[in-house]
Each structure stands twice: as structure tokens, then as C-alpha cells.
Design a protein around this ligand. Structure first.
Ligand SMILES: *Cc1c(COP(=O)(O)O)cnc(C)c1O
Length: 383
């Protein structure tokens, strides 16, 4: 901070701008004059780990006060965190790196983690003498872009004293459009929120925006203050080195400033709306062909679909599509159903690209389904 005050000051301002663009509650913003504020991390993975470590420090302080006979090691050994089984692999990894248990909870039939599932797990663990302390709510899962029920998880976390972190790495960018903010209803109950402008808001990698209601838990947990880092301005602005894992920092606020100034809010909204519109256009094409099924409600720029039939058929199908080399699809599997994912990512994607993709997807389906058909005939003929 002392080496480059502009770097810190612009970051504070940019994170307030961005937070207001998303409609975050004032409590997360520096301009509120409270404790809250934003910081730019490198990746969503780091943000989850940092949130978990803050939650760990907070839980340690709370339990030490309530149960002075417990040692730090005993408390830490009993901590337990929660996330949906559909959460990103970096969430499980945050548990490993943070040295705490991380329970993967089953989501409902729409792939959303529900409040009652979390509450049941918390009660079981309390019964077993464990200390629930942290939960991750994913808004826009990687597999299928499902949204956990924040409106249900928030109250449960507040009731049981859990730090609630929101991982909206991909879908968070859509909240620049007011019409998608219903998907983050209940956010005021969260302790930290994170999304990646480098994924869907036209900012170059890396830029992961994180807001905290009370960063003092991180600052206290991560604060080692050797003499060579002391300076006279301590306390007058956030010392972001205490909000993150590394000491050194890049001037990431500058590229965020460029994107926000270059596009403006309206053009960024137009970009999101156009891409979601293209996803719905692709969805409508798939729905015209009854050989296919859509496997997840389309809300953002991701369309999950498959050929009606076995996983083996769909595995052979995607292999053939990707083998042809015109388009590339990344598949996923949820509860034993293998499906294909069409993701709209580039700011250059146009309707014509969707038409080309659909033709490729349809032609390849003709090929693979006709082949199967011929094989069956051959089979019959041989008999
Ligand atoms: C992409 C993604 C991540 C990982 O993001 P990094 O910035 O690469 O760490 C985490 N969670 C979700 C939901 C994602 O979509």
C-alpha cells in the first residue's frame, strides 16, 4: 500500500463501482463507511480459500470464548464446512488446503442445494460434537449452471453461526443486469461474495472480484507485521496484503477501470443479454428436434442437452463432434446422466455461429443415429 497508494485507492473505488453495478448490498461496499469492502483476487479458488480461512479464524475466536478449556488444535480438528456435491473442485480443495473437513451435500432434483439438507447435516454434526463453521453457496455451478437456494441457505447459516461464502465465479457477471438479480435473492445474509470478471465481463485474466462484510477476520488471521513492512499510513486505507495469500500485488484495478470506462454499464449489460439470448436461441433449435432433450433449465449462456438414449450413445456422439474439429463441446455428468454442454463465451459469437453449431450437431446426430440404425439392420440380416 505504501509503495503504490494509487494501486490500492483505485482498487477500493473500482470494487465499489463494480459492487454497485451488481446491486450488492451496501454492507459489502467501502462507501458505506462500515467494515465491508472489496478486493481483487487472482482466482475464485483463492477467494474461496481466503473466505474459509477467515471463517476459521472467526470460529476459533468464538469457540475459544464459549469453551475456554478447548485447545486451538482441538477446535480446528472439529471444524466442519459444507458445500454442494455440485460445487467446483476448488471448494473441496479449499477444505484440503485449509486443513478442515468439507462435507459434500446432495443437491435436489434441480441440482440446487437446499436449506433443509444443510440444516440436517449441521444438526448431525453438532450431535457428533463437531463445529460447523463455513458453507459455500454456488450461484451457477460449473457442470450445469444450477443455482443453490441462497434464500434458504442464508437463514440456516445465520442461525447456526456459519460463514456463508458465495461462489458466483461464472454467473455473477449477469447481475449487472437487474433482471437476473432474483437469482441472488438473499445475498444480504452472506459474509462474502465472489465472481470472476475475467470469465464473462470482458476483463482479461486474471481478475476475481471478492467482497467481504467484515474483512477484519482475514486481516487478523493473515496479519504478520514484520518491521520491514511497517509504514506510517497503516489504518488509513486497506492494507490488501492482509486480505490475500501473497504479499505482492498486481495493479489489476487498472484493467477493470479500462473495461468499465470503455464499455460503460449499458454495453456490459448488452453483452450479457446478447449471450443469454443466443443460449435461448440455441435451446429453441434443440427443442425443434425430438431426438434431443434439454437437461437443465437454461438461465445463462450455457445449454445442457443430450441425445435421448444411453450415456454410451452420447459419449460416442460427443467424441465424434469434437473429432470433426469444427466446434468443441465439454461434457459433464450428474447423477449418472452424461450430457453435452454448449457454452457461449466469446464476445464475437453471433447468431450465425449458433446456426453453424446447430447444423454440425444435427448432422453428427444424423450420422451416429443412422449408423446405429444400419448396424442394427446388418445384425438382423446376418441372422
Ligand atoms: C470457474 C469456476 C471456478 C474456478 O475459477 P478460478 O478463478 O479458475 O479459480 C470456481 N467456481 C465456479 C462456480 C466456477 O465456474
Amino acid at each position: 500500500m505504501i509503495a503504490s497508494p494509487a494501486c490500492t485507492e483505485l482498487e477500493v473505488v473500482m470494487m465499489d463501482w463494480l459492487g454497485q453495478m451488481l446491486g450488492l448490498p451496501d454492507e459489502f461496499l467501502a462507501k458505506s463507511g462500515g467494515r465491508g469492502g472489496g478486493v481483487i483476487q487472482g482466482t475464485a479458488s483463492e477467494a474461496t480459500l481466503v473466505a474459509l480461512l477467515g471463517a476459521k479464524a472467526k470460529a476459533l475466536a468464538r469457540v475459544k470464548k464459549e469453551k475456554p478449556h478447548m485447545s486451538d488444535a482441538e477446535i480446528v480438528g472439529n471444524l466442519v464446512a459444507y458445500a454442494s456435491a455440485q460445487s467446483h473442485s476448488s471448494v473441496e480443495r479449499a477444505g484440503l488446503l485449509g486443513g478442515v473437513r468439507m462435507r459434500a451435500l446432495e443437491s435436489d432434483e434441480n441440482n440446487k442445494l437446499r436449506g433443509e439438507t444443510l440444516e440436517k447435516a449441521i444438526k448431525e454434526d453438532l450431535e457428533a460434537g463437531l463445529i460447523p463453521f463455513f458453507a459455500v453457496n454456488t450461484l451457477g455451478t460449473t457442470s450445469s449452471c444450477a443455482f443453490d437456494r441462497l434464500d434458504e441457505l442464508g437463514p440456516v447459516c445465520n442461525e447456526y453461526n456459519l460463514w456463508l461464502h458465495i461462489d458466483a465465479a461464472y454467473a455473477g457477471s449477469a447481475f449487472v443486469c437487474p433482471e437476473y438479480r432474483y437469482l441472488m435473492a438473499g445475498i444480504e445474509k452472506a459474509d462474502s461474495f465472489n465472481f470472476n470478471p475475467h470469465k464473462w465481463l470482458l476483463v482479461n485474466f486474471d481478475c476475481s472480484a471478492m467482497w467481504l462484510k467484515d474483512p477484519s477476520w482475514l486481516v487478523n488471521a493473515f496479519n504478520v507485521d514484520p518491521l520491514y513492512l511497517k509504514h506510517e499510513q497503516q489504518g488509513s486505507a486497506p492494507d490488501y496484503r492482509h486480505w490475500q495469500i501473497p504479499l505482492g500485488r498486481r495493479f489489476r484495478a487498472l484493467k477493470l477501470w479500462f473495461v468499465l470506462r470503455l464499455y460503460g454499464v449499458e454495453n456490459l449489460q448488452a453483452h450479457i443479454r446478447k449471450q443469454i439470448g443466443l443460449a435461448h436461441y440455441y435451446e429453441s433449435l434443440v427443442r425443434t428436434d425430438d431426438r434431443f432433450e434439454i437437461t437443465e433449465e437454461v438461465l445463462m449462456g450455457l445449454v445442457c442437452f443430450r441425445l435421448k438414449g444411453t450415456n454410451e450413445l452420447n459419449e460416442a456422439y460427443i467424441k465424434r463432434i469434437n473429432g470433426r474439429g469444427l466446434i468443441h463441446l465439454v461434457p459433464s455428468k450428474i447423477r449418472d446422466t452424461f450430457f453435452l454442454r454448449l457454452a457461449i463465451c466469446s464476445r464475437f459469437t453471433e447468431k450465425a455461429d449458433i446456426d453453424v453449431s446447430w447444423k454440425e450437431i444435427k448432422d453428427t446426430a444424423d450420422e451416429i443415429l443412422n449408423n446405429n440404425h444400419c448396424n442394427n439392420h446388418n445384425h438382423v440380416n446376418h441372422k
